[in-house]
Design a protein. Structure first.
Length: 303
C-alpha cells in the first residue's frame, strides 16, 4: 500500500485530476485547516491557547521560475510578520526557493528568510526532500548556519547516511527536526522495513540527546509515534533532562489528543500546520507514512 501511494504521488495525470474530485478535497481537510493562511493562523491561535506551538508550511515544491520563488519568500515574510504574537515558526522546501533552477539564488532566498525570522524572533526550518536533494540541502544548511543561529534542518531517519550527516553537523551546533521519511527511496540508500526505520530513528535520537543536554543541538522529534516519544523520554530522563527539553512535532489533524496530552505533561509540542492548494503529492505522502489512514479516505466516498 505504501508503494502504491508513493507511486500515485509521483503520477502527473493523477496530480492534475485528483485535486478536482470532491471526495479528495473533503478527505484532505483532515490534514489542512484550509487552503489560505488565514485558516492556518486561526488554527495556530487555537493551539496556542492549549499550550501547543505552531510550525507553518506553505505547500508547494519544484518551482520552475525564480519569480515564483520570490513570491514564496514574500509570502513567508508576511507570515512571520503576522504571527509574531504566537511564536510560530516556518518551514520551507529548498525547491520552493529555486533549487532546481539556481542554487546561489536559493541560498540568497534562504538568507533573506533567515533575516526575516530573526527580525520576528522566530525560527526558519529547511525541509528535506527526496534523496536527490539531500547533499545539496545539507550543504546549504552548513553555509547558512554560521550566519544565523535560528535556522534548522529536517533529516530523515530512513536514510542510511543520516547518522553520518548528524556527526558532520554537530560542530555547527545545529537544530535538527528528525522525521522518519516520506519519499520512495531504493533499498541501496534507505531502510525499507518500518521496524528498521523505527530502530534507526531511536538510535539517532539517542545519539543527539546528550548533545541536547549540553545545549549543542536543538532536537525536534517529528513523529506521531507516541511510543517512540516515550522511549526518547526514558533516555532523556536517564540523562537528567527536563520534559521541556524534549521537543515533539506532529502534523495538523493527526493525534491531536496526544499532542494536547504531551503539552499538558510538560513537553514542548508544536503542530505542523500546512496550507495552500498544492496539496496532492504532499497528501499522498502523508497517507503513505501510515496507510491505515486510507480508511479515512474511503469514508469520504460515502454519503
Amino acid at each position: 500500500m505504501r508503494g502504491l501511494l508513493l507511486w500515485c504521488a509521483q503520477n502527473q495525470w493523477l496530480a492534475s485530476h485528483v485535486p478536482r474530485w470532491g471526495f479528495a478535497r473533503r478527505a484532505v481537510k483532515r490534514f489542512l485547516p484550509g487552503e489560505g493562511f488565514e485558516s492556518a493562523l486561526k488554527a495556530a491561535v487555537d493551539f496556542r491557547a492549549k499550550g501547543v506551538g505552531a510550525l507553518f508550511t506553505l505547500l508547494g515544491e519544484n518551482v520552475t521560475d525564480l519569480a515564483d520563488a520570490n513570491r514564496v519568500v514574500q509570502h513567508y515574510e508576511a507570515v512571520l510578520a503576522a504571527s509574531t504574537d504566537i511564536g510560530a515558526e516556518i518551514s520551507v522546501k529548498p525547491t520552493q526557493l529555486g533549487l532546481d533552477i539556481d542554487e546561489p539564488a536559493t541560498l540568497a532566498n534562504l538568507r533573506r528568510l533567515a533575516r526575516a525570522a530573526g527580525k520576528a524572533r522566530s525560527f526558519l526550518w529547511i525541509d528535506m526532500e527526496g534523496s536527490a536533494y539531500t547533499e545539496r540541502t545539507v550543504a546549504l544548511y552548513l553555509q547558512i548556519r554560521p550566519e544565523h543561529a535560528h535556522v534548522g534542518l529536517a533529516l530523515q531517519a530512513y536514510l542510511y547516511r543520516t547518522a553520518a550527516d548528524i556527526s558532520r553537523l554537530i560542530p555547527s551546533r545545529p537544530a535538527i527536526r528528525l522525521v522518519k521519511g516520506a519519499y520512495s527511496e531504493p533499498p541501496s540508500i534507505a531502510f525499507q522495513a518500518k521496524r528498521d526505520v523505527d530502530a534507526n530513528y531511536l538510535a539517532l535520537t539517542a545519539l543527539m540527546l546528550p548533545e541536547v543536554k549540553r545545549k549543542r543541538v536543538r532536537l525536534v522529534n517529528a513523529t506521531h509515534d507516541t511510543e517512540m516519544v516515550a522511549k526518547a523520554w526514558r533516555i532523556a530522563s536517564a540523562l537528567g533532562m527536563e520534559k521541556a527539553q524534549l521537543e515533539v512535532a506532529m502534523l495538523y489533524g493527526i493525534r491531536v489528543d496526544e499532542q494536547l496530552r504531551l503539552a499538558r505533561e510538560g513537553f514542548a509540542v508544536r503542530d505542523l500546520i500546512t496550507y495552500g492548494d498544492a496539496w496532492y503529492a504532499w497528501y499522498l505522502r502523508r497517507l503513505a507514512e501510515r496507510p491505515a489512514n486510507i480508511w479515512f479516505v474511503a469514508r469520504q466516498l460515502l454519503p
